[in-house]
Design a binder for this molecule. Sequence first.
Ligand SMILES: NC(=O)c1ccc[n+]([C@@H]2O[C@H](COP(=O)([O-])OP(=O)(O)OC[C@H]3O[C@@H](n4cnc5c(N)ncnc54)[C@H](OP(=O)(O)O)[C@@H]3O)[C@@H](O)[C@H]2O)c1
Length: 374
Amino acid sequence: MRVAHSCALRGAPLACRPGQPLRAGRRSVQVFAKKVADGPKVAIVGVTGAVGQEFLRVLHERDFPYSDLVMLASARSAGRTYSFEGQEYTVQALTEDSFAGVDLALFSAGGGISKKFAPIASAAGCTVVDNSSAFRMTEGVPLVIPEVNPQAMEGMKYGKGGIVANPNCSTIIALMAVTPLHRAAKVKRMVVSTYQAASGAGQAAMEELEQQTREALDGKPITTNIFPFQYAFNLFSHNSPMTDNGYNEEEMKLVKETRKIWGQDDVSITGTCIRVPVMRAHAESINLEFENDISEEEALAALAAFPGVSIINDRAANRFPTPLDASNKDDVYVGRVRRDISRPDSKGLDIFVCGDQIKKGAALNAVQVAELLL
Ligand SMILES: NC(=O)c1ccc[n+]([C@@H]2O[C@H](COP(=O)([O-])OP(=O)(O)OC[C@H]3O[C@@H](n4cnc5c(N)ncnc54)[C@H](OP(=O)(O)O)[C@@H]3O)[C@@H](O)[C@H]2O)c1
């Protein structure tokens, strides 16, 4: 049910322009509404956040059918209004009663909120797609990238309860690129180095990067509220908590989630996750060791055939994917596809990947999962 257009292509109102925050209180013109009597009643939990706002844009872009929308956030945002497809919605404070009559909920309000409210929603017959890490490794909860393992959620439907987890953004972006190669030659070992954008840490982090950049250029003292370090004109190890083995949680998510999604415990994975002062899309340098031989040509053919992957791999022009190429785009971009010359055989490749983690790394993937529930 993929729809190839975007808000911009269809002349959608300013309130739904890709890449811009939806404006609270702004009334938009009725265009291409997909409000249908027999669609699910959909709740968005965390609608005021970076991912919540992207949910709205993606639902619109993909003509997702719904009979009604419920916009939920903290009590701080209750009463705020958003226009969506010609109708005004008032944000309600999330409570235990929020899910009565709701068929499908897209959660992006943090792990603690999901832990408490997703089971409540599910018990009320609402099927949950959860963007947080709360249930990703829970036995019986499918962890799904629709292009990779849709079979994991087979038989689930909206209005029946249950939780589907959206993988971590770095995992989704890596596996969109690596899965076709894995299917072609079986990955034995994967070494991932990430260059992660501000948007992965939410709306407030994006605002802090912008503010710090202005302050640095104006020679003013740097405000640090979200991260403990200056972010503008700097980079640092990912801000997720450290674990006992010296890896941070973001790195361990890559390891554990990949194994669950592929259903393969014996794949070796290591990673180093870094925050870079990029606004919106993550980049990842990935070194792969395969069980079988794979040439550059075979790798490019496998990548080209995979849905949701675009290739930018022009060696002559030194033109490869950048975060800006990927920003506000659905696809994950892959380039720098080359044989690993540190190996004597044809069982190693290096690739470079960029993906918009608010889109494919969060909202788009979740809405694609929701489409599988229709
Ligand atoms: N950003 C990404 O790229 C990304 C990618 C994958 C997964 N995620 C996950 O998605 C979730 C949200 O991320 P984000 O980047 O959108 O964060 P964000 O911009 O900080 O937004 C957080 C949202 O949660 C809501 N919220 C906070 N406390 C709440 C409460 N007590 N009750 C109800 N709602 C509450 C906020 O509402 P108020 O405005 O009312 O405070 C806001 O809507 C996190 O679990 C994050 O790990 C994010």
